[in-house]
Design a binder for this molecule. Structure first.
Ligand code: SF4
Length: 299
Protein backbone atom coordinates (compact mmCIF):
# COMPACT_ATOMS: atom_id res chain seq x y z
CA UNK A 1 0.00 0.00 0.00
CA UNK A 2 1.23 3.49 -0.89
CA UNK A 3 1.86 5.89 1.98
CA UNK A 4 1.71 9.63 1.27
CA UNK A 5 3.35 12.28 3.44
CA UNK A 6 3.87 16.03 3.34
CA UNK A 7 7.38 17.34 4.00
CA UNK A 8 9.35 20.59 3.96
CA UNK A 9 12.80 20.60 2.32
CA UNK A 10 15.85 22.84 2.64
CA UNK A 11 16.80 22.85 -1.03
CA UNK A 12 14.83 22.26 -4.21
CA UNK A 13 17.26 22.84 -7.11
CA UNK A 14 20.29 20.71 -7.95
CA UNK A 15 22.85 22.05 -10.39
CA UNK A 16 23.96 19.49 -12.97
CA UNK A 17 27.68 19.81 -13.70
CA UNK A 18 28.74 20.02 -17.38
CA UNK A 19 25.27 19.47 -18.80
CA UNK A 20 24.43 22.89 -20.15
CA UNK A 21 22.86 21.55 -23.40
CA UNK A 22 23.13 25.02 -24.87
CA UNK A 23 21.67 26.73 -21.79
CA UNK A 24 23.65 28.73 -19.24
CA UNK A 25 23.05 25.90 -16.72
CA UNK A 26 20.80 22.92 -16.12
CA UNK A 27 19.11 22.41 -12.77
CA UNK A 28 17.08 19.37 -11.76
CA UNK A 29 14.00 19.62 -9.61
CA UNK A 30 11.95 16.79 -8.13
CA UNK A 31 8.57 17.76 -6.64
CA UNK A 32 8.34 14.43 -4.77
CA UNK A 33 10.60 12.06 -2.87
CA UNK A 34 9.78 8.53 -3.98
CA UNK A 35 8.11 7.31 -7.16
CA UNK A 36 5.02 5.17 -7.26
CA UNK A 37 5.71 3.93 -10.79
CA UNK A 38 8.21 1.36 -9.45
CA UNK A 39 9.98 0.68 -12.76
CA UNK A 40 12.14 -2.45 -12.56
CA UNK A 41 15.20 -0.64 -13.90
CA UNK A 42 14.81 2.52 -11.80
CA UNK A 43 18.31 3.97 -11.46
CA UNK A 44 17.28 6.17 -8.51
CA UNK A 45 17.24 3.02 -6.38
CA UNK A 46 20.97 3.13 -5.64
CA UNK A 47 23.10 4.16 -2.66
CA UNK A 48 24.08 7.25 -4.60
CA UNK A 49 20.58 8.63 -5.15
CA UNK A 50 17.83 6.93 -3.13
CA UNK A 51 16.56 9.26 -0.39
CA UNK A 52 15.39 6.55 2.07
CA UNK A 53 17.31 4.29 4.45
CA UNK A 54 15.01 1.38 3.65
CA UNK A 55 15.67 1.56 -0.11
CA UNK A 56 12.50 -0.17 -1.39
CA UNK A 57 10.38 2.44 0.43
CA UNK A 58 11.20 4.62 -2.57
CA UNK A 59 8.29 2.99 -4.42
CA UNK A 60 5.82 3.01 -1.49
CA UNK A 61 6.52 6.13 0.58
CA UNK A 62 5.78 9.23 -1.46
CA UNK A 63 6.66 12.53 0.15
CA UNK A 64 5.30 15.74 -1.29
CA UNK A 65 7.71 18.69 -0.93
CA UNK A 66 5.09 21.26 0.02
CA UNK A 67 7.41 24.25 0.23
CA UNK A 68 8.93 23.52 -3.22
CA UNK A 69 7.17 26.35 -5.08
CA UNK A 70 7.99 28.87 -2.35
CA UNK A 71 11.69 27.91 -2.32
CA UNK A 72 11.84 27.97 -6.10
CA UNK A 73 10.36 31.45 -6.20
CA UNK A 74 13.20 32.67 -3.98
CA UNK A 75 15.89 30.84 -5.98
CA UNK A 76 14.72 31.98 -9.41
CA UNK A 77 15.32 35.58 -8.34
CA UNK A 78 19.02 34.67 -8.23
CA UNK A 79 19.73 32.26 -11.10
CA UNK A 80 20.00 33.20 -14.80
CA UNK A 81 16.78 33.38 -16.77
CA UNK A 82 18.20 31.08 -19.45
CA UNK A 83 19.04 28.28 -16.99
CA UNK A 84 17.01 25.19 -17.85
CA UNK A 85 14.95 23.58 -15.08
CA UNK A 86 14.45 19.85 -15.57
CA UNK A 87 11.53 18.30 -13.72
CA UNK A 88 11.66 14.59 -13.03
CA UNK A 89 15.25 13.38 -12.84
CA UNK A 90 14.59 11.30 -9.70
CA UNK A 91 10.81 10.83 -9.67
CA UNK A 92 7.93 11.17 -12.11
CA UNK A 93 6.46 14.67 -11.58
CA UNK A 94 3.11 13.29 -12.82
CA UNK A 95 2.91 10.18 -10.65
CA UNK A 96 -0.54 9.67 -9.01
CA UNK A 97 0.33 11.88 -5.99
CA UNK A 98 0.21 14.91 -8.29
CA UNK A 99 -3.54 14.44 -8.73
CA UNK A 100 -3.95 15.38 -5.07
CA UNK A 101 -0.94 17.55 -4.12
CA UNK A 102 -0.48 19.58 -7.34
CA UNK A 103 3.13 20.26 -6.41
CA UNK A 104 4.33 20.07 -10.02
CA UNK A 105 1.54 22.44 -11.01
CA UNK A 106 2.57 25.00 -8.36
CA UNK A 107 6.19 24.76 -9.49
CA UNK A 108 5.23 25.35 -13.12
CA UNK A 109 3.26 28.47 -12.12
CA UNK A 110 6.46 29.86 -10.53
CA UNK A 111 8.62 28.94 -13.53
CA UNK A 112 6.14 30.65 -15.83
CA UNK A 113 6.52 33.84 -13.78
CA UNK A 114 10.31 33.84 -14.28
CA UNK A 115 10.27 32.49 -17.88
CA UNK A 116 13.03 29.93 -17.38
CA UNK A 117 13.14 27.14 -20.00
CA UNK A 118 11.73 23.81 -18.80
CA UNK A 119 12.21 20.14 -19.60
CA UNK A 120 9.75 17.63 -18.16
CA UNK A 121 10.41 13.89 -18.14
CA UNK A 122 7.35 11.70 -17.55
CA UNK A 123 5.60 8.42 -18.22
CA UNK A 124 2.16 9.71 -17.36
CA UNK A 125 -0.82 11.12 -19.22
CA UNK A 126 -1.77 12.89 -15.98
CA UNK A 127 0.29 15.72 -17.45
CA UNK A 128 -2.78 16.63 -19.50
CA UNK A 129 -4.38 18.15 -16.39
CA UNK A 130 -1.82 20.99 -16.73
CA UNK A 131 -2.25 21.67 -20.42
CA UNK A 132 -3.20 25.30 -19.74
CA UNK A 133 -0.02 26.29 -17.86
CA UNK A 134 2.12 24.13 -20.16
CA UNK A 135 0.76 26.00 -23.19
CA UNK A 136 1.55 29.32 -21.53
CA UNK A 137 5.15 28.29 -20.74
CA UNK A 138 5.62 26.92 -24.24
CA UNK A 139 4.48 30.21 -25.78
CA UNK A 140 6.50 32.41 -23.41
CA UNK A 141 9.89 30.67 -23.24
CA UNK A 142 10.90 27.06 -23.95
CA UNK A 143 9.26 23.80 -22.95
CA UNK A 144 10.14 20.25 -23.96
CA UNK A 145 8.20 17.25 -22.69
CA UNK A 146 9.93 13.88 -23.01
CA UNK A 147 7.84 10.73 -22.67
CA UNK A 148 9.95 7.74 -21.85
CA UNK A 149 8.98 4.52 -23.69
CA UNK A 150 10.86 1.24 -24.16
CA UNK A 151 8.16 -1.29 -24.90
CA UNK A 152 4.69 -2.19 -26.03
CA UNK A 153 1.72 -1.99 -23.63
CA UNK A 154 2.00 -5.71 -22.80
CA UNK A 155 5.71 -5.64 -21.92
CA UNK A 156 5.37 -2.39 -19.98
CA UNK A 157 3.26 -4.24 -17.38
CA UNK A 158 6.43 -6.15 -16.58
CA UNK A 159 8.91 -3.28 -16.71
CA UNK A 160 6.84 -0.37 -15.46
CA UNK A 161 4.07 -2.07 -13.46
CA UNK A 162 2.39 1.04 -12.06
CA UNK A 163 3.01 3.58 -14.82
CA UNK A 164 0.36 4.42 -17.45
CA UNK A 165 0.70 2.27 -20.57
CA UNK A 166 2.76 3.54 -23.54
CA UNK A 167 -0.44 3.93 -25.61
CA UNK A 168 -1.65 6.51 -23.04
CA UNK A 169 1.72 8.28 -23.20
CA UNK A 170 1.49 8.50 -27.02
CA UNK A 171 -2.06 9.83 -26.76
CA UNK A 172 -0.92 12.52 -24.32
CA UNK A 173 1.96 13.34 -26.68
CA UNK A 174 -0.50 13.73 -29.55
CA UNK A 175 -2.77 16.08 -27.57
CA UNK A 176 0.11 18.23 -26.28
CA UNK A 177 1.75 18.37 -29.72
CA UNK A 178 -1.54 19.47 -31.27
CA UNK A 179 -1.36 22.51 -28.94
CA UNK A 180 2.07 23.39 -30.34
CA UNK A 181 3.98 22.05 -27.31
CA UNK A 182 7.35 20.49 -28.13
CA UNK A 183 7.23 16.78 -27.23
CA UNK A 184 9.74 14.00 -27.75
CA UNK A 185 10.37 10.39 -26.92
CA UNK A 186 13.16 9.10 -24.68
CA UNK A 187 13.91 5.47 -25.53
CA UNK A 188 15.45 4.82 -22.19
CA UNK A 189 16.88 2.66 -20.80
CA UNK A 190 18.14 0.47 -23.63
CA UNK A 191 18.14 -2.88 -21.80
CA UNK A 192 20.62 -5.16 -23.65
CA UNK A 193 19.00 -8.06 -25.57
CA UNK A 194 15.52 -6.90 -24.45
CA UNK A 195 14.93 -3.54 -26.16
CA UNK A 196 15.33 -4.70 -29.76
CA UNK A 197 15.71 -2.77 -33.01
CA UNK A 198 12.17 -3.63 -34.14
CA UNK A 199 10.70 -2.20 -30.92
CA UNK A 200 12.80 0.96 -31.22
CA UNK A 201 11.69 1.40 -34.82
CA UNK A 202 8.01 1.04 -33.82
CA UNK A 203 8.44 3.52 -30.95
CA UNK A 204 10.01 6.14 -33.25
CA UNK A 205 7.30 5.73 -35.90
CA UNK A 206 4.52 5.92 -33.31
CA UNK A 207 6.13 8.95 -31.65
CA UNK A 208 6.45 10.65 -35.03
CA UNK A 209 2.77 10.02 -35.77
CA UNK A 210 1.94 11.45 -32.33
CA UNK A 211 3.74 14.70 -33.14
CA UNK A 212 7.11 14.07 -31.43
CA UNK A 213 9.79 16.49 -32.54
CA UNK A 214 12.81 14.68 -31.11
CA UNK A 215 14.04 11.27 -30.04
CA UNK A 216 16.96 10.24 -27.86
CA UNK A 217 18.11 7.13 -26.04
CA UNK A 218 20.08 6.26 -22.95
CA UNK A 219 21.84 3.16 -21.64
CA UNK A 220 20.70 0.95 -18.79
CA UNK A 221 22.77 1.84 -15.74
CA UNK A 222 22.94 -0.67 -12.91
CA UNK A 223 24.71 -0.18 -9.61
CA UNK A 224 24.39 -1.72 -6.13
CA UNK A 225 20.70 -1.84 -5.04
CA UNK A 226 19.11 -1.28 -8.45
CA UNK A 227 21.48 -3.88 -9.94
CA UNK A 228 20.37 -6.49 -7.39
CA UNK A 229 16.73 -5.67 -8.00
CA UNK A 230 17.03 -5.76 -11.79
CA UNK A 231 19.03 -9.00 -11.75
CA UNK A 232 16.28 -10.62 -9.64
CA UNK A 233 13.74 -9.41 -12.21
CA UNK A 234 15.81 -10.83 -15.11
CA UNK A 235 16.21 -14.14 -13.30
CA UNK A 236 12.44 -14.43 -12.91
CA UNK A 237 11.22 -13.20 -16.30
CA UNK A 238 14.21 -13.63 -18.65
CA UNK A 239 16.19 -16.50 -17.03
CA UNK A 240 18.13 -17.19 -20.24
CA UNK A 241 19.62 -13.69 -20.05
CA UNK A 242 20.80 -13.95 -16.44
CA UNK A 243 24.34 -15.13 -17.20
CA UNK A 244 24.76 -12.55 -19.97
CA UNK A 245 23.73 -9.71 -17.67
CA UNK A 246 26.12 -10.96 -14.97
CA UNK A 247 28.97 -10.73 -17.51
CA UNK A 248 27.99 -7.36 -19.01
CA UNK A 249 27.60 -5.66 -15.64
CA UNK A 250 30.29 -7.53 -13.67
CA UNK A 251 32.74 -4.64 -13.76
CA UNK A 252 30.76 -1.71 -15.08
CA UNK A 253 27.69 0.43 -14.46
CA UNK A 254 26.65 0.69 -18.14
CA UNK A 255 27.17 -1.73 -21.02
CA UNK A 256 29.94 -1.35 -23.63
CA UNK A 257 29.00 0.83 -26.61
CA UNK A 258 28.59 -2.21 -28.86
CA UNK A 259 25.23 -2.93 -27.22
CA UNK A 260 23.69 0.37 -28.27
CA UNK A 261 25.68 1.25 -31.42
CA UNK A 262 23.27 -0.27 -33.94
CA UNK A 263 20.20 1.14 -32.24
CA UNK A 264 21.73 4.61 -31.98
CA UNK A 265 22.68 4.51 -35.67
CA UNK A 266 19.10 3.59 -36.47
CA UNK A 267 17.80 6.46 -34.32
CA UNK A 268 20.10 8.89 -36.18
CA UNK A 269 18.95 7.63 -39.57
CA UNK A 270 15.24 7.40 -38.82
CA UNK A 271 15.13 10.79 -37.13
CA UNK A 272 16.90 12.37 -40.13
CA UNK A 273 14.44 10.68 -42.53
CA UNK A 274 11.43 11.75 -40.45
CA UNK A 275 12.68 15.30 -39.82
CA UNK A 276 13.05 14.77 -36.06
CA UNK A 277 15.88 16.06 -33.85
CA UNK A 278 18.08 13.84 -31.71
CA UNK A 279 18.47 16.39 -28.93
CA UNK A 280 16.05 18.19 -26.69
CA UNK A 281 16.54 21.53 -28.36
CA UNK A 282 17.71 20.45 -31.84
CA UNK A 283 17.14 23.07 -34.47
CA UNK A 284 15.02 25.12 -32.08
CA UNK A 285 18.09 26.33 -30.15
CA UNK A 286 18.65 29.57 -32.14
CA UNK A 287 14.96 30.40 -31.66
CA UNK A 288 15.24 29.79 -27.89
CA UNK A 289 18.33 31.98 -27.69
CA UNK A 290 16.46 34.75 -29.49
CA UNK A 291 13.45 34.51 -27.15
CA UNK A 292 15.75 34.48 -24.13
CA UNK A 293 17.75 37.49 -25.24
CA UNK A 294 14.51 39.40 -25.82
CA UNK A 295 13.36 38.44 -22.33
CA UNK A 296 16.65 39.64 -20.84
CA UNK A 297 16.25 42.94 -22.63
CA UNK A 298 12.72 43.31 -21.25
CA UNK A 299 13.93 42.89 -17.64
S1 SF4 B 1 9.31 6.81 -13.44
FE1 SF4 B 1 11.52 7.17 -13.26
S2 SF4 B 1 11.87 7.66 -11.10
FE2 SF4 B 1 9.85 6.71 -11.28
S3 SF4 B 1 10.21 4.55 -10.83
FE3 SF4 B 1 10.26 4.83 -13.06
S4 SF4 B 1 12.44 5.15 -13.53
FE4 SF4 B 1 12.18 5.47 -11.30
Amino acid sequence: MIKYEIIQVQNILNLLPDKSDGFSAVYTLNPYKGCEHACQYCYVLSEKYVPYKKKEEFFYKIQSKTNAAFLLNELLKKIPQDALIMLGSACDPYQPAERKYKNTRNILEVIYRYKNPVHIMTKSDLILQDIDILSKISAASFLAISFSVISTDEESSLFEPRAPKPSKRFKAMEILSSKGIRCGVAISPLCPYIVKEKTVKDIILRANLSGAKYVFSDDLRLRDVNKERFFAFIKKFYPKLSARYEIIYSKRVSPPAIFSEKINEMIEKMSADLGMDTTLTGKTLPKIKKIQSELFEEK
